[in-house]
Design a protein around this ligand. Structure first.
Ligand code: ADP
Ligand code: MG
Length: 344
């Protein structure tokens, strides 16, 4: 009898894997923004056309890549962020799986221009241009370009018609992009972000404090509605802002937890926040909050799924208690001294 098992070619393996990482244009925006932040960018520009269906372009002024790294960045499981399994327990970067660029290149046309801003001997004089299409290398050459990374993702799912047809209307896809954008922008107020959709400016956010970022993202009416929140134990620290009880809304969507700068959804911790408002908000109303939880990475497991926003703590009850204490204090203090430290 003949044996019948074969290894799949990389292009097909990556296309299948891409289904996990890239559900829609917003997934590409998230992955690319996280790469820019991981590359220590100070300024990030995002250009979107047709809700990302025809173009997603991200330009950063981060560390950039050498020519060899630029080519390597598209290989599956190729990453500069972890080297050993031990590193999985000390993750400080947004990325670490080395799957995003490989996945995106398998299902889109990608153009990458990158130049190292600091190669140890100052910045490289020339950068590298790489064009990929359906995971095939089309161009690799030296080009003159600015230091940092400029990546264009065109015609998402051009070779996966079923996926392309499954995309929602531009307004729905744009909503998803804005959600991802807001999360990264909140997590990194020290980075300036601008976002353009079909040539009009949607956001132009200056680098600054978190309070300023919240107001720039959500509106001036938030300026007088925020109370700062802070609490710390040796195990975990919590800081951020919560909204006044009167500012609670019926619709959800403006509740943000970040664990070590990573946006997460956590019903149990949400419950802790709501509990801390006890009696000050009506049932069915949701308070605004942007809370940053900092914890030693060895106490959390983020390795669940590339796109999932869940996280596990080894001592969830302690985190619950400290979040509740932090919010309770802020709700209480707010009623006495509503003065805030704003630079906006
Ligand atoms: P991961 O982020 O998990 O490492 P990616 O596929 O997103 O995997 O990226 C692969 C590698 O390419 C990264 O580890 C990084 O070294 C490099 N890279 C990607 N985007 C950028 C960028 N904007 N600036 C500098 N390096 C980048
Ligand atoms: Mg990445």
């Amino acid at each position: 009898m003949l044996n019948i098992i074969q290894l799949l070619p990389d292009s097909i393996a990556n296309q299948i894997a891409a289904g996990e990482v890239v559900q829609r244009p917003a997934s590409v925006v998230k992955e690319l923004l996280e790469n820019s932040v991981d590359a220590q960018a100070k300024t990030v520009q995002i250009i979107i056309r047709d809700a990302g269906k025809s173009l997603i372009q991200i330009i950063d002024d981060g560390i950039g890549m050498s020519e060899t790294d630029a080519r390597m960045s598209f290989e599956r499981h190729a990453t500069s962020k972890i080297r050993s399994s031990d590193d999985l327990f000390r993750i400080r970067t947004m990325g670490f799986r080395g799957e995003a660029l490989a996945s995106i290149a398998a299902i889109a046309q990608v153009e990458l221009r990158t130049r190292r801003s600091d190669s140890g001997r100052g910045s490289d004089e020339l950068g590298t241009l790489i064009r990929m299409e359906g995971f095939e290398l089309k161009t690799q050459e030296s080009v003159s370009c600015l230091p940092g990374t400029n990546i264009l993702v065109k015609n998402l799912f051009f070779n996966v018609p079923a996926r392309r047809n499954f995309l929602k209307t531009n307004s729905v896809e744009m909503r998803h992009i804005l959600d991802e954008f807001q999360r990264v922008a909140l997590a990194h107020p020290e980075v300036a972000f601008s976002l353009y959709h079909n040539d009009s400016e949607v956001y132009n956010l200056q680098a600054g404090k978190l309070s300023r970022r919240i107001v720039d993202l959500f509106g001036k009416q938030y300026r007088e509605q925020l109370a700062s929140c802070e609490e710390e134990t040796p195990y975990v620290s919590v800081r951020g802002y919560i909204g006044k009880p009167e500012f609670a809304r019926k619709t959800r969507g403006e509740q943000f937890f970040f664990v070590n700068s990573r946006f997460v959804k956590h019903n149990y911790l949400h419950h802790a926040v709501v509990g801390a408002y006890e009696g000050t908000i009506q049932d069915g109303f949701h308070p605004f909050y942007v809370l940053f939880i900092e914890i030693d990475p060895s106490h959390i497991d983020i390795n669940i799924h590339p796109t999932k926003t869940e996280i596990k703590f080894d001592d969830e009850r302690s985190v619950y208690a400290i979040v509740m204490a932090a919010v309770r204090k802020a709700v209480g203090v707010y009623n006495l001294t509503p003065s805030l430290d704003f630079d906006a």
